[in-house]
Design a protein around this ligand. Structure first.
Ligand code: MRU
Length: 361
């Protein structure tokens, strides 16, 4: 199973997802600018994968900055530098909560390493190397926990699906959107291993085509039956009776159960309700943000309009100077979500109470 992130011999590599499906190439991210650009331009993407890349990215960025300072810093200078790098990396994309969550977790680990040490104490090379070991452990833990969480979501998700079901998915919440296995595609991999015969329909997911370039690619590679459709064909495949369940990922789930995911997800959920098809959102607890009350409070990333009419075409597919609106995500209201699948279990309405209970587990 492919993992989009590798950390080997103190070097961070990511699978450049902008090159898929024609080329499978890992690139090294060496400094904070590399990490920012890779997240911003979706070379690494998908909420959990962004979190893992940000954790290791924070580590390599700190190391690169310290090198330029010849490693000579006090605790206070170190913490200021860490804040600057953290804020910069967080600014690369606003919607997926995993980005901020991972950076904050790395910074908390630092704080515990500095407990009881004066802020003007100058860090020697040994202290810095111990700190680096601690941060490497933390980033690795974030990655390992994500893998375990995807496996658990796979089992819970599979308990909701039958052997020969038709499944519709939107965007890509597969192995390359996480550390490994995926969130909503994890049950499909697991079922495939156990002899299930799913028929998957992948929405192409305009404008960045995560469904066509990534989901169709990874499911096909794994030998899972997948049919690519344009986004506006979801209704007809549902009407034809070919879809028994919809599975999608999530970038930020608010406390009331509203979930932001790739643009177009809310439309699919509304259609699924109309056709009486269950709609399952797969959400690791690292993507649950109880601080955000409702979907209305989630910041939706706006991206460059070129992605709509230029990026994938030989010629511009719209008149020059046309106005564009390119929100990268939308919010599916809780009432359209049949169940939320997490690594700690399946949550059903009422979400507000049940999510609090889940997060206390
Ligand atoms: O813009 P992207 O490709 O990062 O958007 C990804 C999604 O919307 C995914 O569905 C979500 O992050 C969940 S990934 C397990």
């Amino acid at each position: 199973m492919i993992s989009p992130i590798e950390y080997k011999a103190k070097k961070l590599y990511i699978l450049d997802q902008t090159l898929l499906p024609s080329e499978e190439r890992y690139i090294e991210l060496k400094c904070k600018e590399d990490v920012w650009e890779a997240i911003h331009s979706l070379r690494v993407r998908g909420a959990p994968a962004i979190g893992v890349a940000a954790a290791f990215g924070f580590l390599v960025s700190l190391r690169a900055e310290l090198k330029t300072l010849s490693f000579s810093v006090s605790v206070l200078e170190y913490l200021n530098l860490s804040k600057k790098i953290g804020d910069y990396l967080i600014s690369s994309r606003p919607t997926a909560v995993n980005l901020e969550w991972a950076i904050k977790r790395m910074q908390r680990r630092q704080e515990t390493e500095f407990e009881g040490i004066e802020r003007d104490y100058r860090l020697c090379i040994v202290a810095l190397s111990e700190l680096e070991t601690a941060l490497t452990e933390e980033a690795q833990a974030i990655m390992d926990e994500d893998i375990a969480s995807c496996k658990a979501m796979g089992e819970y998700g599979l308990s909701l699906l039958d052997k020969n079901m038709g499944i519709l998915t939107h965007c890509n919440a597969g192995t390359i959107a996480t550390a490994m296995y995926g969130t909503c595609l994890a049950p499909l991999y697991l079922g495939h291993e156990r002899g299930y015969d799913f028929k998957v329909f992948a929405d192409e997911t305009r404008p960045l085509l995560q469904g066509a370039r990534l989901t169709a690619w990874e499911l096909d590679k794994a030998g899972i039956d997948v049919t690519l459709i344009c986004d506006n064909m979801a209704s007809i495949v549902m009407k034809n009776g070919w879809i028994d369940a919809v599975v999608v990922g999530c970038d930020r789930l608010a406390a009331n159960g509203d979930g932001a995911n790739k643009i177009g997800t809310s439309g699919v959920a509304i259609l699924a309700k109309e056709y009486g098809i269950p709609f399952y959102m797969f959400v690791p607890t690292s993507t649950i943000d109880l601080e955000t009350e409702t979907g209305e409070d989630i910041q939706i990333e706006l991206r460059n309009g070129d992605e709509i009419y230029k990026m994938w075409y030989e010629k511009d597919m719209a008149p020059k100077g046309i106005k564009t609106y390119n929100p990268s995500f939308d919010v599916t209201r809780a009432e359209y979500i049949t169940a939320i699948v997490t690594e700690k279990g399946i949550v059903r309405p009422p979400y507000k109470e049940n999510l609090i209970r889940l997060m206390r587990k």
